[in-house]
Every structure is written in C-alpha cells, then in structure tokens.
Design a binder for this molecule. Structure first.
Ligand code: HEC
Ligand code: HEC
Length: 199
C-alpha cells in the first residue's frame, strides 16, 4: 500500500517537472487499461464511434474529461467513465496520451468528395486546424484520420448547439461555414479527413 502511494508520489513529481511519462510504469497501466478497450492500445481507436485520443493536446484532453465528467459536454459512455477519475489522474492520463503517436487507421472514403473537402478545409478550417502532412496542429486534436462517424456526430452536436462547452471560435467558424455552404458539403470535409488515414 505504502509502496503504491510512493509510486504515485514519484509520478506526480515527474509531472511537476514535466518528465516524460514512462509507459511501462504499472501506475499508468492501472489508469489507462480501462481506456484501451475502446480507444485502442495507446489511444488510436478502431471503433468508428470512438475518437482517437493518441497525440491529443494535454489541455484539450483535460478539458474534455472534466466537461464530460460534469455532464456539461454531452456524451454517452464517457460521462460514466470520467466519473471514476480525479483531476490529478486525468492530468497523468492527459500527459500519457499526448505522448503517444497516433496510428491513423484506414477508412473508406469517396475520392471526389475528399478533393472537394480539401478545398473547403483550406478555406474554412485550416486557419486553426492546420494540417501538415498527416498531422493536425495548433488548436485541434486529431481531425486528420479521425473516425468519420465520430466526427459527423461531433459536428452535429455543434450545429444543434447541444454542447455548451464548445469554444466560441469554433462556433463562429462553423456558422461561417454553414452560412456559405450546403450541409452536404460538411460530408466532403469528413471524406477529406478520412483520406488522411492509413492505407
Ligand atoms: C466503453 C467505451 C469507452 C471507454 C472504456 C473509454 N472511452 Fe473515451 N470515449 C468513448 C466514446 C464513445 C467517446 C465519445 C463521447 C461519448 O459518446 O461518450 C469518447 C470520448 C473520449 C474523449 C474526448 C475526445 C475528443 O476528441 O474530444 C476523451 C479525452 C476520452 N474519451 C478519454 C478516455 C479515457 C482517458 C478513458 C479511460 C479512462 C476512456 N476514454 C475510456 C468511449 C470510451
Ligand atoms: C477560428 C478557429 C477555428 C476554425 C476556423 C475552425 N475551428 Fe474547429 N475548433 C476550434 C477550437 C478552438 C476548438 C475547440 C477545441 C476544444 O476545446 O475541444 C475546435 C474544435 C473542433 C472539433 C472538435 C474536436 C473533438 O474531437 O471534439 C472539430 C470536429 C472541429 N473543430 C472541426 C472544424 C471544422 C470542420 C472546421 C472548418 C469548417 C473548423 N473546425 C474550423 C477552432 C476553430
């Protein structure tokens, strides 16, 4: 028992000094083993309704977990899962997942839609969700290669205004997009992001 506590203490100290999390640490495994069933080993999900969380920015991870835990951000399973973790445990997991390399799984997509989607992305989304090669940088987590059904669901939440935790920047960007494009062109964006996944 004492031994466990000591390990935990070392981990917190590590976090304070921003030392890399050791993936082999049993404490980390105790925390993230529950996540792996749905989010895949090291955060690259295979289930289509489950987002990739590998390489997710730490502060977005923490915010997402807290918002789902409080129920402010709508979620299905995560509102229950997140209740099992304290703020400091969430921070530890955030650091762990942010350090995992995202493995972008293959998804079927329509080539013509993907080409149109790339144009739309460059005009409306790239300013904040900059995609270089296959990684999304700046504000976003993981639009590149993100699971298509998850993204569709998430964008619908934004459009329906059912997630009060969404950033005003994103809200305005989407409004701008919707005002100038058909709802169907959102689908083109999804095909573009899917096209950035693996072969
Ligand atoms: C039973 C399946 C399941 C388990 C177990 C699970 N998740 Fe999730 N996770 C989901 C689903 C589905 C979503 C989408 C939101 C929702 O509907 O709950 C999600 C969303 C998330 C998000 C939001 C990602 C984003 O892009 O905003 C984070 C972060 C996350 N999960 C972290 C975790 C962590 C950490 C664990 C382990 C402690 C975990 N999840 C365990 C299924 C799961
Ligand atoms: C002005 C900046 C800005 C622009 C432009 C923008 N976004 Fe966002 N987007 C954000 C911010 C900020 C977030 C919130 C990050 C968070 O708190 O989860 C976000 C979040 C998202 C998420 C949620 C990720 C997740 O896993 O929950 C999706 C999906 C998304 N944006 C798609 C788009 C698409 C598609 C476009 C183009 C139509 C776009 N964004 C344009 C700023 C922007």
């Amino acid at each position: 028992m004492l031994h466990q506590k000591f390990k935990y203490f070392i981990l917190i100290i590590g976090l304070l000094f921003n030392l890399p999390i050791n993936a082999a640490d049993p404490q980390i495994h105790m925390l993230v083993d529950t996540c792996i069933a749905c989010h895949g080993t090291d955060g690259s999900s295979v289930g289509s309704a489950t987002p990739n969380i590998a390489n997710m920015r730490e502060e977005l991870f923490v915010k997402a977990m807290r918002d789902m835990r409080s129920g402010e951000r709508p979620s299905t399973v995560m509102r229950i899962v997140a209740k099992g973790y304290t703020d400091s445990e969430i921070r530890i997991m955030a650091q762990f997942f942010s350090q995992q390399q995202a493995i972008l799984h293959h998804q079927d997509f329509d080539v013509e839609r993907a080409i149109k989607g790339r144009e739309l992305h460059n005009s409306y989304c790239n300013g904040c969700h900059k995609i270089e090669g296959k990684t999304t940088e700046l504000l976003s987590n993981n639009l590149a290669g993100q699971q298509m059904p998850y993204l569709r669901h998430r964008l619908t939440e934004f459009i329906n205004n059912s997630d009060p935790t969404i950033s005003p920047l994103m809200k305005n960007a989407l409004k701008h997009f919707i005002d100038n494009n058909s709802q169907d062109s959102l689908e083109n964006l999804l095909h573009y992001y899917a096209s950035l996944g693996g072969k």
